[in-house]
Design a protein around this ligand. Structure first.
Ligand SMILES: NC(=O)c1ccc[n+]([C@@H]2O[C@H](COP(=O)([O-])OP(=O)(O)OC[C@H]3O[C@@H](n4cnc5c(N)ncnc54)[C@H](O)[C@@H]3O)[C@@H](O)[C@H]2O)c1
Length: 272
């Protein structure tokens, strides 16, 4: 199926590695021109270069999404180079704190009271303010052209909550509320806003903190127990799972879908 995003201009935040990079790659494969945002310029440059080597069109667009002026400058840079912006994928986020294993099993001991206001602010700044900033900078261009796709990468914790995840879950839930509201306000301009809610994606950096190979395997099996599809496929969430779903929602084909939250998490969250 032709998703009809060839030539569309996309910005993916936090796309220097992992899930964001997989999303950017997939959009580039579908023919979109992709601006790779990341806090770290060298990550953004390396990711953009990798996509260009694979035959895609990509530019590095580093900026701190918590800084509105920097985000405006980044969007201006993309628009000056390529003429507009059609798709914004708000992927930059501070990962959830690692799930705890303790005498309480998977329901680890309470941690909110030990967390600091600085930590809370960081989660809210990157996850939620990041999306406010990119939307505020990109919406005028989308409005002018009568077309736009705004996506938020969230977590099932936004709907289910989760022990140790209070602040993260709250920040992700704020993204969902924002997307639904923007979806209503800007529908008349052909702009849609949706969220993708992911299950655990255990990349090497996370896995490396899990101790010996035996401990890592035990932890992986524990996680797999949460996901109905995990045993069948012997895996957890992959970046490609997120990427395919983003490509569909970022496409012209999804013009009748807005204000929704979709779980891409092997059946972990079946909330309506
Ligand atoms: N990994 C998981 O299990 C999981 C599960 C559900 C949802 N998610 C969400 O998916 C998204 C990507 O997760 P990931 O595991 O690939 O994360 P990651 O930490 O591996 O990558 C995130 C990228 O965002 C960048 N970034 C951080 N702060 C930024 C800022 N202020 N401005 C611009 N870029 C910034 C980082 O430099 C990094 O390259 C996040 O929003 C995360 O909350 C992840």
């Amino acid at each position: 199926m032709d998703l009809e995003i060839k030539g569309h201009i996309a910005i993916v935040t936090g796309a220097g590695r992992h899930i964001g990079l997989d999303i950017a790659r997939e959009l580039a494969r579908e023919g979109a021109r992709v601006a790779i945002n990341d806090l770290f310029a060298e990550r953004a440059e390396a990711a953009a270069a990798a996509i260009r080597r694979e035959g895609g069109q990509a530019m590095a667009a580093p900026a701190d999404v918590t800084d509105l002026a920097a985000v405006r400058a980044m969007v201006d840079k993309v628009v000056s180079a390529w003429g507009s912006v059609h798709i914004v994928v708000n992927n930059a986020g501070i990962p959830a704190p690692p799930a705890g294993g303790s005498e309480f099993g998977t329901r680890a001991e309470p941690v909110f009271l030990q967390s600091s206001p600085e930590e809370w602010r960081r989660y809210v700044d990157v996850n939620y303010y990041g999306m406010l900033h990119t939307s505020h900078a990109a919406l005028p261009h989308m409005q002018k052209q009568g077309y736009g796709r705004i996506l938020g990468i969230v977590s099932d914790a936004a709907r289910t909550g989760g022990p140790r995840l209070a602040v993260y879950a709250g920040a992700k839930a704020a993204m969902v509320g924002f997307a639904k509201s923007i979806a209503g306000e800007y529908a008349r301009f052909g702009i849609t806003a949706n969220c993708l809610s992911l299950g655990a994606f255990i990349h090497q950096d996370i896995d490396a903190t899990w101790g010996t190979p035996e401990e890592r395997e035990k932890r992986r099996q524990m996680f797999m127990g949460f996901y109905p599809l995990a045993k069948k496929h012997n895996r957890l969430t992959l970046g490609s799972d997120a990427a395919y779903a983003v490509a569909m929602l970022a496409s012209r084909r999804s013009e009748w879908i807005t204000g929704q939250i979709f779980s891409v998490s092997g059946g972990f969250c079946m909330a309506g």
